[in-house]
Design a protein around this ligand. Structure first.
Ligand code: PA5
Length: 452
């Protein structure tokens, strides 16, 4: 079996699927991207060189090795958006689903906490947990800009906790820009070990840098295998012709779906381990393509869970969606003949849960297709460090091609930056007095509210 298979059958127009695309138009757009591909690799975007360059791998491994010798019990990761979603994806895919629950499950690895929010309710409870084992806590602070208020405020809280502990300096690691930002200033002054986000690589394209790979190495995940998978995918994308190029065809389909009114792109993994990947994709597509009043709206659903929550809408609701299914299920679990006296359970008894899972996927694709909701499936033979590396790179490239098709810059995020500026202004940051005034004016305008 192939490692990754993209099956676009149900997104093509046919008798069974009136909402689908003409194969011709997919290949026409793909051909356009093939021409672009030839030029692109001569002057590649920053993230495209990461699988080969293995940026700072030696230092990642050295620092991860040190953390193992330090007998770390808690790995606390501070970061948000592109600085946390990659790690979350890798951990959800490759670690035990109940990793934090017990020593026997973790097999000597630390617990992990990825703090991608600042709700004090959560922060207070994590502080309570970590405080008790502060001598065995590794703090990893990740921010490309080194200025994001959520991450910096968390760092201010956790640094205060950590500094009471002996040797804490060796248990704080910063991952940030090489040249600028508050985190860099702090590390210059206080002497923490620093890993970097390479120049030209933005947050949501940084999973294959220390941002995603250092926390992974601490957890004993084989980062060479992640890079290896990404490298093999890179080779495929660089060389395969347009009709057989997975990233190009994926980009063409997503683009044409949007242009034909299917502007909601639902990603629906039938694989619990890819739940994090769906969140990662949601950010990648939304922040990269939501520009100039255009861009598709990504949404996440989980198979089979959301068959009982969202599928009705996808089958019978507005004709504005295409569904991208991801499937991987190798493991087996026999369903025993537990209730022999009940008629009508033979269709389940002595079958495998794996077979039911697959039947559910097929049931969903059939109902979608019959209703005219285009859908396509990415089948993964295996969830491994290697396949995850390949998958990350596949989608990053698809988004780069989509940037070309939409004629927008997929690598900036002015809307996100504006939100950060207003937050800082409202909190009273010096130099943002004009923005503070504007914010005050809007916030003090009369409100329309209902109270209970
Ligand atoms: O993809 C992006 O650029 C953003 O989502 C950032 O990752 C996010 O805003 C966090 O920024 P930073 O890493 O600078 O703290």
């Amino acid at each position: 079996m192939n490692l990754i298979t993209l099956d676009i059958t149900n997104s093509l127009r046919g008798k069974a699927n009136k909402g689908g695309l003409e194969k011709k138009s997919i290949y026409r757009t793909a051909l356009e991207l093939e021409q672009y591909n030839k030029v692109l690799w001569k002057d590649p975007y920053g993230f495209m060189g990461l699988p080969e360059s293995r940026f700072q791998f030696d230092m990642i491994k050295r620092l991860a090795g040190r953390s193992r010798r330090q007998k770390i019990k808690n790995l606390v990761i501070l970061g948000i958006g592109g600085s946390s979603l990659g790690t979350q994806t890798i951990f959800e895919a490759l670690l035990h689903p109940f990793h934090n629950y017990g020593d026997s499950i973790r097999k000597g690895l630390p617990r992990y906490f990825i703090l991608d929010n600042i709700d004090p309710h959560t922060i207070n409870r994590i502080v309570d947990i970590v405080r008790k084992e502060i001598d065995h806590t590794l703090l990893v602070v990740i921010s490309k800009s080194g200025e994001t208020p959520e991450t910096i405020s968390q760092f201010m809280i956790f640094k205060r906790l950590m500094e009471k502990s002996k040797g804490f300096r060796e248990r704080i690691i910063l991952i940030t820009d090489q040249k600028k930002g508050v985190l860099k200033q702090i590390s210059d002054k206080e002497g923490y070990d620093v890993l970097n986000v390479p120049e030209g690589v933005g947050g949501r394209f940084s999973v294959l840098t220390p941002v995603g790979l250092f926390p992974s190495a601490v957890m004993g995940i084989d980062i060479d295998e992640i890079a290896h998978g990404a490298m093999d995918m890179s080779r495929h994308i660089r060389t395969a012709k347009h009709t057989h190029n997975m990233a190009i065809v994926l980009a063409a389909i997503l683009y044409l779906m949007d242009k034909s009114g299917r502007n909601i792109h639902v990603i629906m993994p039938y694989c619990a381990r890819l739940s994090g990947f769906a969140d990662w994709f949601r950010q990648l597509e939304a922040e990269s393509l939501g520009k100039g009043s255009c861009g598709p709206t990504p949404a996440k659903s989980m198979g089979v869970t959301d068959q009982h929550s969202q599928l009705q809408l996808y089958v019978d609701g507005p004709r504005d969606k295409c569904i991208m299914l991801l499937y991987s299920a190798r493991e087996k679990r026999l369903i025993p003949k537990t209730f022999p006296y009940i008629d009508g359970l033979d269709y389940l008894a002595k079958k495998d849960l794996n077979g039911l899972f697959h039947a559910e996927l097929l049931g969903t694709t059939l109902s979608l297709t019959e209703a005219g909701t285009p859908n396509f499936t990415i089948l993964l033979d295996d969830i491994s460090a290697y396949s995850l590396g390949a998958l990350f790179f596949l989608y990053e490239m698809a988004i780069a091609y989509l940037g070309r098709l939409y004629t927008i810059n997929p690598f900036d995020q002015p809307g996100v930056e504006l939100g950060k500026i207003y937050t800082k202004a409202i909190m009273g940051k010096a130099g943002l007095e004009k923005q503070k005034k504007a914010a005050d004016r809007i916030l003090s305008a009369p409100k329309t509210v209902i109270t209970f």
